[in-house]
Design a protein around this ligand. Structure first.
Ligand code: AMP
Ligand code: ZN
Length: 488
């Protein structure tokens, strides 16, 4: 089955053809780790987690690079004092790298909570300063960039004068861009306002600074993604993703940098994930219209009536296509919870009890499988895929009630396909199973501690562990293979 992907560059759905057969290079812009990620950020990363999982499930070997932006992201390109990390470090009275560490740890924790897989490479901007300096030098040598007061800017007019088109990805017209640009501070050192920083000179108060041929400074935000994607995926690679809001200027600048440096389109397929809204407005830290992921999970917020398990949030997000806007609301979450529970109930029925099989089946499993994979390969259409999953769910409930029949082979096939799609591709987890896993891990820790106590002849403690667990209905049994437990 051919995979079709909507490519923002062409504005069309295209058949996906990777550069190297069966291998995919995918780069996704990561978070700027100067504060906690909000739920909107999580949606974008989850969209690409689903895409990554789908590609792997479809048989591709994926090198998935998602960076950490830990330097250089200014709130606006013209004002050096608006470095997000430096600002936040003053606010929290921490070193900028403590800010980076704190919010990187938070980011990983949040994504783990929502069962996102880690990328295969997670490079940081500060770990690639040399590569960014080299790229800047290359752009100066080729005449696409110029130095001004210790900063280096990309020359957009020069780029366009060579028959290239700044604006090709975001479909913006350069004349309009010029007409609409305000004259911001610091822009007088640029030849024209659309030029963007590759390297910024650091003011004396700027803490995050590195040596360069142009004096002490720090790299521009757009450059880091070109440096890291080129390093790990090559001058031209298959997929580049990010939120819709990054298309301009961030991704437009990446296209320009790549083309100017290497003379080739850097990316074959540009994918843009759409926004999460709340009260119909884009979720964003700056407007205050946001909720933190853990606030939704813990119920500690004023917007939702109750807490929602991360797996239900995940299910809710994937009920929308990644290119559609999704508005989060209490009603939608409650509806998703019901749907999720029904799906999991069906999964349990399917794996646990078994059905009376017959020599005929009333459900055409191969036709159903085809529909599921058609949805998945049609630009990763998760809502349509989920609607097909529910056809199978309805069938499973009817099987249970004896209203449908199935052959043994088809039952096995159904089990195999549905668990692949639900667990591997959608990344959903059975809440109950997940809790059992945690319980198991906890008991293993207690068993180990009890063994240690026995080794050091602290029998008071080892007996206490056994007796107190027994009082909770958990019996430890010592056998030749070690200690096991049973729950009453
Ligand atoms: P940032 O840390 O600001 O660079 O953002 C990280 C990612 O979250 C980017 O890909 C943004 O496009 C994305 N993002 C920001 N706001 C939202 C939102 N409301 N909904 C979905 N994605 C968002
Ligand atoms: Zn980026």
């Amino acid at each position: 089955m051919e995979l079709k992907i909507y490519n923002s560059l062409s504005g069309e759905k295209e058949i996906f053809r990777p550069i190297h057969e069966n291998n995919v290079g995918m780069y996704v812009c990561g978070p700027t780790v100067y504060s906690n990620v909000h739920l909107g950020n999580v949606r974008t990363f989850m969209s690409f987690d689903f895409i990554y999982r789908s590609l792997v499930h479809l048989g591709y070997k994926v090198r998935y690079v998602r960076n950490i932006t830990d330097a250089g992201h200014l709130t606006d390109d013209g004002d050096v004092d608006n470095d997000r990390f430096v600002k936040q470090s003053r606010l929290e009275k921490l070193e900028p790298m403590e800010i980076v560490q704190k919010y990187t740890v938070d980011f990983h924790k949040v994504l783990d909570t929502f069962n996102l897989l880690p990328p295969t490479i997670e490079p940081t901007a500060t770990g690639h300063i040399l590569e960014q300096i080299e790229l800047t030098q290359k752009l100066i040598e080729k005449g696409f960039a110029y130095e001004s007061n210790g900063s280096v800017y990309f020359d957009v007019l020069e780029y366009n004068s060579r028959g290239l088109n700044y604006g090709e990805l975001s479909r913006r017209n350069i004349e309009e861009l010029f007409a609409n640009t305000r004259d911001l501070d610091g822009q007088n050192e640029k030849k024209n306002p659309q030029d963007f920083a590759l390297w910024k000179a650091a003011s004396p108060a700027h803490i995050m600074r590195w040596n360069s041929p142009w004096g002490e400074g720090f790299p521009g935000w757009h450059l880091e993604c070109t440096a890291m994607s080129t390093k790990y995926l090559g001058e031209r690679f298959d997929i580049h993703g990010g939120g819709m809001d990054l298309k301009f200027p961030h991704h437009e600048c990446e296209v320009a940098q790549g083309k100017a440096c290497n003379g080739t389109e850097p990316v074959n397929y540009w994918l843009h994930a759409n926004m999460l809204t709340m009260n119909g407005q884009r979720m964003s830290k700056s407007t205050g219209n946001y909720i933190l992921p853990m606030e939704l999970v813990s119920g500690n917020n004023d917007f939702f009536e109750k807490p929602f398990h991360p797996a239900i949030v995940r299910f809710n997000f994937l009920q929308a296509h990644y290119r559609s806007v999704l508005d989060i609301s209490n009603e939608a979450m409650v509806a998703s919870e019901k749907g999720f529970q029904r799906l999991m109930e069906a999964m349990k029925l399917l794996s646990g009890f078994g059905f009376l099989t017959s020599d005929s089946s009333t459900f055409d499993i191969s036709a159903w499988k085809e529909k599921c994979y058609t949805a998945l390969t049609d630009d990763f259409n998760s809502p349509i895929l989920i609607s097909h999953l529910f056809e199978a769910v309805n069938f499973i409930f009817k099987l249970k009630d004896g209203k449908e029949t199935v052959t043994e082979a088809e039952l096995k096939e159904l089990q195999h396909i549905i668990s692949g799609l639900v667990y591997e591709v959608l990344g959903l987890q059975n809440i109950e199973e997940n809790n059992n896993e945690k319980l198991d891990q906890t008991l293993q820790v207690l068993i180990e501690l009890r063994n240690q106590a026995r080794k050091s002849k602290n029998f008071d403690l080892s007996d206490q562990i056994r007796d107190r667990l027994l009082a909770e209905g958990i019996e430890l049994k010592d056998g030749r293979e070690g200690t096991t437990y049973s729950l009453s």
